[in-house]
Every structure is written in structure tokens, then in C-alpha cells.
Design a protein around this ligand. Structure first.
Ligand code: PHE
Length: 346
């Protein structure tokens, strides 16, 4: 009878031991089976009540079991310790692993271009200023000699911002060009003025390879006594040579912008064919890069600068157009679609 109990205990103890996975459970197991009040001790204590023959058999078996369980306990404890050390080592920092690469950042091609353009004009004494992108109709059109019903408004497909009610009856828009900055500067300062104004402009336009609804322009303005068209030509010619190379040719032709008189368009000889005619220049040999002109007397009068005393020139250019020409980029939408494969090339 008692022998059966000992055998039961033996198999239960080894079953349970097999399932143990941490040291606390192992200690509980030891107390339960091998402790001073444990199952095995109790069996050994009750031996005295047994008949001699059974006492011997049970006693021998129980002592043997005690040794087996003690040995199993020591073994298990060692195994658990090893497992723990192993998993700790696995979680620890492995300094032999290669580090994670941090990709090198770079400036957006437009930013690079803006810095280059502004750098050239800074060297010529122009000051860099900025104006708001959300602009009043007044600065974008009215003050630039484009009244509400003027057909020239069609030149600037406009994104209107808000109902006139919300802006106190004064229409607001996303500026379609940087020319409003001219007015803001002339309102606040007196000649001599020499500024350039880089920034975003917006047009209400369906996008395609050559049209974006947002792009960048750089505006330029110089106002002083005795400023002539020759100053305009000299300044822009110097600019073109700095940007496109010493041997650049420039061509000025008449153009129309309501805020200048006369108005001109400047072209450089084609970067690819040097004037012979190719695909890039549409076989003309020339590439138009900016609009310019002498500030209209009406514009000066509005900002209280006397056109009898002062004169000025102004110009405006698209920024993306330059890298497009330089690198043969065939779609302006690439600039602002955040495709790193494109952006990483510059
Ligand atoms: N603002 C004109 C445009 O966006 C460019 C320009 C600026 C022309 C200054 C003449 C003088 O097309």
C-alpha cells in the first residue's frame, strides 16, 4: 500500500518538475516534495507504524527517491540558470552588428536654385526680401496697374481665397506672381531701392508636364534716379552669364506687362545648340527665361514715388525653369511630388 504511495509521489514529482520554467516554481516544488514538512519526509516519518517487512521495502524506496529528486532538483536549477543567461545575452546589444545607415540629407533642387539666384543678385547689391503668399487683390493687381476689369487679369489664372464678406469686402487670393512684393517694398521704403523677392506663387491651372499650380518666382526691383533700360539689360546680362556661363548671349524683345513700360522678355542662346536650333529651344535657337521692363510711371505714382524724379526696372522669372533647362527635366510635376528617386539626383 505504502509502496504505491511512494511510486505515485515519484511520478507526480518528476512530471511537475518537467513543466517548471522558472526558479520560483522550482523552489516551491522543492519545498513541497523535499522540504522539512514535505511529502517525502512525512512518508519516512510514518515508517515506524509499519510492519517490519514493509517498513524496509518502503524505507529503501523512499530514501532512493529522495536522492533521485534531490539530484533532479540540482540539475533543473542549473538548466534554468543557463536558459536565463542565454536569453539575457540574446537581448543585450550586439556591438558586432553593422549600424543602421542614416541617409544623407540634401537641399531640394528648387532651394539650391533659389540660393544660387539670390547669391548672384546679392553680389550685385540687391537685398533679399519676402512677402506674403496670401495676398490682397490690391497688391497683386490694382497697384500693379491691372484694374478689376482689365483683360491682363487673364494672364494670371487666379486662386481666390475667401468670400469678400469675410475679408471686409477686400478680395484675397494666393498671389499669382511675386510682383506684389514690389509694391509692398516701395510703400515702405524710398529710393534707392534694390531688392529681389523669391517665393511661391499659385495659378489656377490644370497640371501637366509644363504646368504646376504652385511654383517659385524671383522678382527683382531697382528704383533710383537715372535708372534706364541699359541698367536693366546690363544687370540681367550679368546675371545670365553668372548662371549659364561667361559666353552666354542674351536677346531682349518687346513684351507686355501692365506694370512696366516698356516691357521686355529676355532670352539666352540655347544651352544645347548655342543658337543653331534644336528640340530644347523649339528650333528657335533662343530660350526665354524672364519678363522685365521699366517700372510703369503709374505704379510709381501710386506708392508716392515721383516718376519725374525716379525711375526703375523690374523683372520676374520662374525658378524651376532653370534646372529644367539645365538638366533636361521633362516634367515640372516631379519637383513637388516628393519622389526621392528624383530629388536625390541633385
Ligand atoms: N510678374 C510677371 C509674371 O509673373 C513677370 C514680370 C515681373 C514681368 C516684373 C515684368 C516685370 O509673369
Amino acid at each position: 500500500m505504502m509502496l504505491n504511495q511512494v511510486e505515485d509521489l515519484a511520478s507526480k514529482a518528476s512530471d511537475e518538475l518537467g513543466k517548471i520554467t522558472d526558479v520560483n516554481d522550482l523552489e516551491a516544488w522543492r519545498i513541497h516534495y523535499l522540504g522539512r514538512k514535505g511529502s517525502l519526509i512525512q512518508i519516512l516519518r510514518s515508517l515506524a507504524d509499519l510492519p517490519l517487512k514493509e517498513r524496509r521495502a518502503v524505507g529503501a524506496r523512499a530514501n532512493e527517491l529522495k536522492e533521485v529528486l534531490e539530484a533532479a532538483f540540482v540539475e533543473k536549477k542549473r538548466n534554468l540558470r543557463q536558459d536565463l543567461a542565454l536569453s539575457q545575452r540574446r537581448e543585450a546589444l550586439d556591438i558586432t552588428l553593422p549600424g543602421q545607415q542614416v541617409p544623407l540629407g540634401r537641399l531640394h533642387p528648387t532651394t539650391q536654385m533659389l540660393e544660387e539666384i539670390c547669391g548672384i543678385f546679392s553680389n550685385m547689391g540687391f537685398q533679399v526680401v519676402e512677402g506674403p503668399e496670401v495676398e490682397w487683390d490690391y497688391y497683386s493687381f490694382e497697384a500693379l496697374n491691372i484694374p478689376a476689369d482689365h483683360p491682363a487679369r487673364d494672364m494670371f489664372a487666379t486662386l481666390w481665397v475667401d468670400s469678400e464678406a469675410k475679408t471686409g469686402g477686400r478680395p484675397m487670393l494666393l498671389r499669382p506672381h511675386t510682383s506684389p512684393v514690389q509694391i509692398r517694398v516701395m510703400e515702405k521704403s524710398r529710393p534707392p531701392i534694390r531688392i529681389i523677392a523669391p517665393g511661391r506663387v499659385y495659378r489656377y491651372e490644370a497640371t501637366d508636364a509644363t504646368h504646376e499650380w504652385m511654383f517659385y518666382q524671383v522678382e527683382g526691383l531697382a528704383v533710383d534716379r537715372n535708372i534706364t533700360l541699359a541698367d536693366l539689360k546690363g544687370t540681367l546680362f550679368e546675371f545670365a552669364r553668372c548662371l549659364f556661363g561667361e559666353d552666354r548671349k542674351c536677346r531682349f524683345r518687346c513684351d507686355y506687362f501692365p506694370f512696366v513700360e516698356p516691357g521686355v522678355e529676355m532670352a539666352i542662346d540655347c544651352l544645347v545648340c548655342r543658337g543653331a536650333g534644336c528640340r530644347l529651344c523649339g528650333n528657335s535657337g533662343w530660350i526665354e527665361i524672364l519678363g522685365a521692363g521699366m517700372v510703369h510711371p503709374e505704379v510709381l505714382r501710386r506708392v508716392d514715388i515721383d516718376p519725374e524724379v525716379y525711375s526703375g526696372f523690374a523683372f520676374g522669372m520662374g525658378v524651376e525653369r532653370i534646372p529644367i533647362l539645365r538638366y533636361g527635366i521633362d516634367d515640372i510635376r516631379l519637383f513637388y511630388s516628393n519622389d526621392l528617386r528624383f530629388l536625390k539626383q541633385f
